[in-house]
Design a protein around this ligand. Structure first.
Ligand code: SAM
Length: 348
C-alpha cells in the first residue's frame, strides 16, 4: 500500500456548491455486496439467486479510495461515512480503515452497517478510531427479521448492537425504515427500547429509490404520521440539536429515558437546503444527491492515470452540479418520481 499522506495538501475550508451549501461530508459505498437481502433492496427473483453484483475490478481499490479521501480531506471535507452494500463484508476492511484513520485532517469516520458482523468487528472499529456506528434494524421480532432481510440472524445483529455499546460507541444509532403494514406496528416497541437502552433510534421515511424497491404510496409513512403514533406513549421532549444528529430531529420519550428517538424526513420535510453530502458509489461514481440519478464518473478519471488536481477538479464538478433539491414530494405527485440507482451501490 502507498504512503497515503504523500502529497497531502494543506486542509482548506470545505468547498461550497452553487447554492452556498458547504460540502464537508463524503459517503463511500465500499461494495454492493451484502450478507442480507432486504426486501427494499432486492427483488424476489434476485433473492432466489440472480442478483448481479459488481466484479472486483469494477469496485475502486483501497488504494484508489484512500487517494480520493486524501484529496477530499485536503479540500476541506472532514467527515466520512463507510457504507455499502455491507461495508464489513469487504475483504481486509480493518486494514483499509486503519489506513483511513491515519489521514491527517479526517476527524470523523462513521460506519453504517447491518450489524451482522459487528460482534466480531466492533472493538477493532472503535480502536481504529471510527467515531460513530449506525446499525440498521427494521424489526425487533426474530421471524419478521428473517422475512424482511431474507436471513434468520436477528440474534447475531442484537449481539452486535450490545457489543457496540460495550466497547464504548456512544451514542449507538439504530436506523429503522418505517413501512406501513410491514413493521409500523413495532413503533411502540422501539420507543420502549429507547427508554431502556442508551440507543438513538431513528425512524427513516421509506424512499422510492432503487429498481427493486417495494415502495408504494401505501407503504410510505411520513415522519409526522410516525411521530403521531408516539402521542399516547408519553411526552416527546425535543433535544437540543447536536452536530452528530445530522438531519434527524431528536426527542426523548420522557425525561428519564436512557436513549432517544430521531425522525429523518427526506421526503416530507426535506433538508436539501442544508445538505452537506457527496456520495461515492461502489462503482466509483460521484453522486451529489441521493434522490437524483445524475452521477460523475470518477473511476475513469482515476484509471486514466490522473493527477491529484484532476481528482480535485472532478470532485468540484460533482459539487458544482449538486441540484438545489430533489423535490421528491412534488415529483411523486406528478410522475411517480422514483430513482433508478441501486441503494446497495449508492449506500443510503
Ligand atoms: N448494509 C448497511 C446497512 O444495512 O446499514 C449499509 C447500506 S444500507 C443501503 C444503508 C441504509 O439505507 C440502511 O439503513 C437501510 O435501511 C437504508 N435504506 C435502504 N433502502 C431504503 C429506502 N428505500 N428508504 C429508506 N432507507 C433505505
Amino acid at each position: 500500500m502507498k504512503d497515503i499522506n504523500a502529497e497531502h495538501p494543506a486542509a482548506q475550508p470545505a468547498p461550497m456548491d452553487m447554492f452556498s451549501r458547504t460540502i464537508s461530508y463524503l459517503r463511500l459505498s465500499l461494495t454492493d455486496r451484502c450478507n442480507l437481502k432486504c426486501m427494499y433492496c432486492v427483488t424476489e427473483d434476485e433473492k432466489n439467486g440472480c442478483l448481479v453484483k459488481l466484479g472486483q475490478d469494477e469496485l475502486l481499490t483501497y488504494e484508489e479510495l484512500l487517494r480520493v479521501v486524501r484529496v477530499s480531506v485536503g479540500m476541506g471535507i472532514s467527515k466520512l461515512r463507510l457504507t455499502g452494500g455491507e461495508p464489513l463484508v469487504r475483504n481486509n476492511i480493518m486494514h483499509f480503515i486503519r489506513h483511513l484513520a491515519e489521514i491527517e485532517g479526517l476527524d470523523d469516520i462513521r460506519i453504517t452497517t447491518n450489524g451482522v458482523l459487528l460482534e466480531k468487528y466492533a472493538q477493532g472499529l472503535f480502536d481504529a478510531g471510527v467515531t460513530k456506528v449506525n446499525i440498521s434494524l427494521d424489526t425487533l421480532q426474530r421471524d419478521r427479521f428473517a422475512e424482511i432481510t431474507g436471513v434468520d440472524c436477528f440474534d447475531r445483529v442484537w449481539k452486535g448492537i450490545e457489543t457496540a455499546l460495550e466497547v464504548g460507541f456512544s451514542p449507538v444509532k439504530l436506523n429503522m425504515v418505517v413501512m406501513r403494514d410491514i413493521n409500523d406496528d413495532e413503533l411502540p416497541a422501539f420507543a420502549e427500547l429507547s427508554r431502556k437502552m442508551p440507543l438513538q433510534i431513528r425512524f427513516i421515511e421509506f424512499m422510492p429509490i432503487g429498481t427493486s424497491t417495494r415502495w408504494t404510496r401505501d407503504t410510505y409513512m411520513s415522519s409526522d404520521e410516525i411521530k403521531a403514533r408516539f402521542g399516547a406513549l408519553g411526552e416527546l421532549i425535543p433535544q437540543e440539536k447536536q452536530q452528530a444528529d445530522g438531519p434527524a430531529s431528536v426527542f426523548k420519550l420522557g425525561a428519564d429515558a436512557g436513549g432517544s428517538l430521531g425522525f429523518i424526513s427526506p421526503i416530507s420535510h426535506h433538508f436539501c437546503d442544508r445538505c452537506n453530502r457527496l456520495r461515492l458509489t461502489s462503482e466509483g461514481r460521484l453522486r451529489s444527491c441521493l434522490l437524483h440519478d445524475e452521477e460523475t464518473d470518477l473511476k475513469s478519471v482515476l484509471r486514466a492515470g490522473c493527477s491529484d488536481a484532476d481528482i480535485r477538479e472532478t470532485l468540484l464538478t460533482a459539487i458544482r452540479n449538486k441540484p438545489k433539491g430533489h423535490q421528491m414530494a412534488e415529483r411523486l405527485k406528478e410522475d411517480g418520481g422514483d430513482c433508478h440507482g441501486r441503494m446497495s451501490r449508492i449506500g443510503g
